[in-house]
Structure formats: C-alpha cells, structure tokens
Design a protein around this ligand. Structure first.
Ligand code: NAD
Ligand code: DAU
Length: 371
C-alpha cells in the first residue's frame, strides 16, 4: 500500500500516527484529512508538515461527494480512520454532533472507500480500512471492592476480576460510546456484506503530548501549574486503564500492516488507576518539576458533581495483540507521566494557543469557516 488516508490526523492520537507513518515510511504518501474542529490543530504536526510524503486536506468526513473525490484523486489504498468527536462530557451536552460525525461520517467514509475500490480492476486486493475505536463500547466493569482499596500511588492495582476482551458484549452508556459502537458495527457490516478488508481496534485511555486540555491529564497539569482548582468528578474512585499515546501509535502501525482481516484487537497497557491516584501523581510530578515541594498543591483537589452515567471501571485485556503480533507497551506509567508533564510545562505556547482558541481563528482565516 502506498497512499494512506489518515482521518483526524490533526487531533491528539492522529497526529502521533501521522508523524510515525511519515517518518517511518518515506515511500508512502500520507494524506491527513481533517475538518479542524476545535480539537484539530495543525501545530501538532509542525515538525513534519514540509515532508514530501505528507499532504494535508481540510475536509469533513460527512461530506460524501468530497470524500469520494479525494479517494479518486489521491488513489487511496489504505485508510486509518481516527476522525471523531471524542470527549464524553461534550457528548452528554450535544449528542447530535456525535451521531453525525462518528456514525454518519464513518458511513460516508466506508461508502466512498467501497465505491472507489470496487471501481478498480484489482478491487479490494491490497486495500485496508482500519477503524480506530474505544474500549468504552464495552460499557463498564465492576470493581471488586471500590471502597476497600486504599489510595496508594506507589503502585497501581487491578480493581476487579473482569477485563474487556475482544468478545465482550457491546454495552455503551454515553452518547459518545453509543456513537462509536454504531460506527464499529457499520465497519464490520461492510466486511460481512461487501467483503471490504477491515480491521477494528478498541483502545483504552491515551495520554501524552498534544492532547486537548479538556481531558483529565492535560487539563489537570495546566491547572496545577497555574494553581487552579482540580475538578474531580464524584469521589475520584472511577478506574481508567492508561496507555502512552506513542505506544498506541506503534500498535496501529503493527495492526495496519500485519493485523488479520476482519479481526478485532484490544489495545491497553494493563495499567489501571483510580482517578484520584492519577491526580495525586500529577500533583507530585508537576510540583517537583516546577521546583515546588512535592504534594504542595494537594488542596487544589475539588470534588464536584459526578459525570452523568459515569462508567465505573475500564480495564483492557490486550493479550491477543501480544500473543499474535508481539506488541506490548514500552513505558511504565510513572515514566510516561514524567515525559508528559515535562512536555506540557515546556510547551506553554502550545497550551496558551489551544486554550485561547487563537489557532481556530488562524485556520478560519486560512481555510474559511465552514462550520
Ligand atoms: P481528538 O478529539 O483529539 O481528535 C479528533 C480529530 O478528528 C480532530 O483533529 C478533529 O478536527 C477531527 N474531526 C472531528 N470531526 C471531524 C469531521 N467531521 N471530519 C474530519 N475530521 C474531523 O481525538 P483523539 O483523542 O485523538 O481520538 C482519535 C480517535 O481515537 C477517535 O476515534 C477516538 O474515538 C479514538 N480513541 C481515543 C482514545 C483516547 O483516549 N483519546 C482512546 C481510544 C480510542
Ligand atoms: O477509554 C477510552 C476513552 O478515554 C476514549 O474513547 C475517549 O475519547 C477519551 O476522551 C477517554 O474518555 P474518558 O471519559 O475516560 O476521559 P477523560 O479524560 O474525559 O476522563 C478520565 C476520567 O477522569 C473519567 O473517569 C472522568 C474523570 N474526570 C475527567 C475530567 C475531564 C474528572 O474527574 N474531572 C475532569 O475534569
């Protein structure tokens, strides 16, 4: 495959995927297709934007005619589909946008790929449609003893007996995860109905550089820096399974090239943490890096009203990926958090640009405001 379409490449995970592919595969043309919503920022790719094998196209995945045209003119052989509305809190306020982008946008992309690939003499040979999904489609896992675990940040624990496996029944709870689940079903339907070579992965919570500061880790790093309150939902007992974003990008590379057709792979770090413990690690690390006394800012923790329908625990079993393709995470959580904290503290201009919205005004001038 030579011409790869990455959707959502200006977002958090997409920018790491684009950077990896552009750097590792000089003989591929990597086309980054992104609408540049509030979450898309081309500054995330400023280090590779001049590479000859990289091309950016501003487009909406819901615009079927335009997407079909792009498949034809760019001779797309493979798709890595990340474009989505991704923030659970926004989906609770505005579910329609999530259904439009995540469901209809994915369908429009699938149909464009189908029409274009079926028009070629070689058909689906050496083509691939890779859909990036989330562990949230599986719902929430029980905790064996939610109150019984003491808050111990020296090591993480396993907070239950169950894990999300590839055959776990779908049970989404938020409008975000319901829309992602629906898009996963459409991808599998295009394989089963039309024979499109597809692959789906469901990944746990990512963290690392270039994440939009509405998500827990970048938001809290910035708030600790400026000594703003840290709004912990509920009692902070919810558990998430954290993976460093570059490890996710490596998994995507491996699965794109070696994953089996029509398969599902779960991606996760076997790295469960209660939110409150993540927050304490962030406070400890930011304080130390800024030369403050460790834990000096613990009093910024502010317990606020819980997220509606807040899933209690996510934990991924990624043993299939390890067994079949040899992938495993490269970083321990503490190392990943240290790198992440240092990146956000060193990149104050990026953070200020994103939080002020300046980058959006710049793109509107450059590309026009089609929202
Ligand atoms: P993000 O919100 O940072 O980026 C999404 C990108 O998609 C942005 O660049 C945005 O401009 C673009 N986009 C949105 N609507 C579009 C449209 N209609 N047309 C074209 N582009 C559009 O998201 P992320 O955290 O990088 O997540 C990327 C993908 O990975 C999503 O599909 C998400 O569901 C999935 N995922 C994320 C995580 C995580 O922890 N962040 C974990 C598992 C799976
Ligand atoms: O599990 C994968 C998912 O992880 C992805 O599919 C989503 O795109 C991604 O946003 C993420 O979803 P979460 O809802 O788990 O991530 P978020 O960073 O929003 O929240 C992490 C946890 O922290 C969650 O339990 C809610 C809590 N939280 C979050 C925020 C923003 C707080 O307590 N306070 C906050 O201000």
């Amino acid at each position: 495959m030579k011409n790869i379409l990455v959707t959502g490449g200006a977002g958090f995970i997409g920018s790491h995927v684009v950077r990896l592919f552009v750097s590792k595969y000089p003989d591929y043309k990597v086309v980054n297709l992104d609408k540049l919503t509030y979450a898309g920022n081309l500054a995330n790719l400023s280090d590779i934007e001049d590479r000859p094998n990289y091309k950016f196209i501003k487009a909406d995945i819901c615009d079927y005619e335009r997407i079909l045209e792009i498949f034809k003119t760019e001779h797309i052989d493979g798709v890595i589909h990340l474009a989505a509305e991704s923030h659970v809190d926004r989906s609770i306020k505005d579910p329609f946008t999530f259904a439009r982008t995540n469901v209809m946008g994915t369908l429009s992309l699938l149909q464009a790929a189908k029409v274009y690939w079926e028009s070629l003499p070689s058909g689906y040979k050496e083509k691939k449609f890779y859909h990036i999904s989330t562990d949230e489609v599986y719902g929430a896992l029980a905790m064996t003893d939610p109150q019984g675990h003491k808050s111990d940040i020296s090591s993480h624990e396993v907070y239950g007996d169950d894990f999300f496996r590839e055959d776990t029944k779908y049970d989404p709870h938020s409008p975000y995860s319901a829309a992602k689940a629906s898009s996963d079903h459409f991808v599998r339907a295009y394989h089963d109905t039309y024979g499109m070579p597809t692959v789906v992965t469901n990944c746990s919570n990512n963290y690392g550089p270039y994440q939009f500061p509405e998500k827990l880790i970048p938001l809290f790093i910035n708030n600790i820096r400026y000594r703003k309150p840290l709004p912990v939902y509920g009692r902070g007992e919810n558990v998430r399974d954290w993976l460093y974003v570059e490890d996710h990008a490596r998994a995507i590379d491996l699965i794109f090239h070696r994953g089996k057709e029509a398969e599902t792979y779960n991606i996760g770090g076997f790295n469960e943490w209660k939110n409150i413990d993540v927050v304490k690690i962030l406070i400890k690390t930011v304080d130390r890096v800024l030369g403050r006394k460790e834990f000096e800012d613990l009093d910024l923790i502010t317990y606020v009203t819980d997220r509606q329908g807040h899933d209690l625990r996510y934990a991924i079993d990624s043993s299939k990926l390890k067994r079949e393709l040899g992938w495993k995470p490269s970083l321990q959580f503490e190392e990943g958090i240290e790198k992440t904290v240092r990146w956000y503290l060193d990149n104050e201009a990026w953070m200020n640009n994103v939080t002020s919205g300046d980058y959006q005004r710049y793109y509107e001038e450059m590309y026009g405001d089609d929202k």
